[in-house]
Design a protein around this ligand. Structure first.
Ligand SMILES: [Zn+2]
Length: 463
């Protein structure tokens, strides 16, 4: 490129940058606006921005604070120097103050001020931050600079002008580009926004839902070239990534219903060859499942005696923590009974015979509503059948990819270890064996060694 032409391009993009970053201006004192979201109350908005409800009412002349219309814009007081429209967003995996600043074309100092951030640690996957709405430009795609590659080559790969990329990514000198920080660019508007910036070998990496809720199955998806070897961990559990054949690598991991709400560790390592690999790690937010407490239950004391229950827990843990690399099921799971009626939901805290609320309900209980038939909810292999103290006559099915289902309190088991079962095949008869207060089917799902809420599996298709 000849020099004068480059200068013109450079100047025009300086202007371009000016035109896209008027969100903060010293001369307007009105304050930024916020678009009311469904479910917002003045209390929620006030706490989001750390201002008083009274100040919001005064500055906006709100007559009836109980009537807020979603979509209505209100002025947020006390944020001198900031204008434009603000929004609260859940921060995806891989975001940092730097990447958010680039993506929203908003200075890091303003992000810190808006969110009253005192440490970079406060920016974690699943946190909610106040961000400016950037309509003019959407840097919704990203690309990583591969080791040994220049920014010019990287830009060419994604069909972008390297000089725009340098400006948009606040890289004064192109040689400052860091392979660990992906470059953002404006993609085609009908492409979905990536959850994380591209990383070496990967084009995206995301959690299906953030923040994580206690007792949920977390689906972690990475997309990228074939033949990669992915390892990692979430909340201390080793992740198993499986290629799905369509360019995705998926790990399904349960988060215990007893995990303390707060931050847990996520890490991922991607290996292409022995020598070319990279690792990332980030904190991820786990929120309470707000599980209610059941009224105290009276059961046979033997069924809560640790002498019996601990070996049983060990047995079940052992069965459900193996990993079969093949996916044996396809499509959505079906209810294991006809005419499903729930007697007790997953996660409720339980107290037995006057103890403490240290237990939780690890499955979904179906009462007897249509008949006594129990069916396989999806294809798999029977890996356990037999009597247990608390679960009574129990069956476990391995569905592959670390997913297991369990059936408790059966009157009769109609399958044997090693049997392959198809969805809808009858596998047992509802009964009242083990720790029960009446006949029902206790149904549980395990995701990579952790009991999870089965309802998620009835509503979503995995992986
Ligand atoms: Zn149960």
């Amino acid at each position: 490129m000849n020099k004068p032409l480059f200068v013109i391009i450079f100047l025009s993009f300086l202007l371009f940058r000016f035109s896209i970053s008027p969100v903060f201006a010293q001369d307007i004192q009105v304050g930024p606006t916020y678009t009311i979201q469904p479910g917002d109350t003045l209390g929620v908005i006030a706490s989001k921005f750390g201002v008083s409800i009274d100040d919001i009412i005064t500055i906006n002349n709100i007559e009836n604070p109980n009537i807020l219309a979603a979509g209505q814009q209100i002025v947020i007081p006390g944020l001198e120097g900031v204008t434009g429209n603000l929004t609260a967003e859940t921060i995806p995996l891989g975001s940092s103050l730097t990447s958010l600043s680039v993506k929203h074309q908003f200075p890091v100092s303003m992000l810190i001020k808006l969110n009253k951030i005192t440490s970079p640690e406060e920016v974690y996957a699943g946190s909610s931050l106040i961000l400016p709405v950037t309509d003019q430009i959407s840097l919704n795609r990203s690309v990583a600079i591969q080791p040994g590659e220049s920014i010019l080559e990287t830009a060419a790969q994604v069909n972008q002008n390297p000089w725009i990329m340098i400006l948009q990514n606040n890289l004064e000198k192109s040689w400052l580009a860091n392979p660990a920080i992906p470059l953002l660019y404006a993609g085609n508007s009908n492409e979905p926004a990536q959850q994380i910036g591209a990383l070496p070998f990967l084009t995206s990496l995301y959690f299906d839902k953030l923040p994580i809720i206690q007792g949920q199955t977390v689906k972690i998806t990475a997309t990228g070239e074939q033949g990669l070897y992915l390892t990692g961990s979430l909340s201390g559990k080793e992740l198993h990534f499986s290629p799905t054949g369509d360019g995705r690598y998926v790990a399904l991991q349960g988060i215990s219903a007893l995990t303390d709400p707060g931050l847990v560790d996520f890490s991922l390592a991607v290996k292409k060859t022995e020598t070319s690999k990279f690792e990332i790690s980030q904190k991820v937010l786990v929120q309470s499942g707000f599980y209610p407490e059941d009224p105290p239950l009276s059961v046979d004391p033997q069924t809560i005696d640790p002498i019996y229950t601990e070996p049983e827990e060990q047995t079940v843990k052992q069965i459900t923590s193996t990993f079969t690399p093949q996916q044996l099921w396809s499509g959505q799971f079906r209810d294991p009974v006809d005419d499903p009626c729930y007697k007790s939901i997953f996660g409720v805290r339980r107290i037995y015979n006057g103890g403490a609320y240290l237990n939780y309900h690890g499955g979904l209980d179906y009462g007897v509503c249509a008949n006594l038939n129990i069916y396989a909810p999806a294809a798999g292999t029977v890996v356990f059948t037999g009597p247990l103290t608390a679960l009574g006559n129990a069956t476990y099915i391995d569905h592959g990819l670390g997913i297991f289902t369990g059936y408790g309190h059966q009157a009769e088991i109609l399958v044997n270890i090693g049997d392959h079962v198809e969805p809808g095949q009858q596998i047992g008869i509802i009964g009242a064996t083990g720790r029960v207060t009446g006949p029902h089917l206790h149904w549980e799902i395990w995701a990579n060694g952790v009991r999870v809420n089965p309802v998620q599996w009835l509503e979503n298709t995995y992986p």
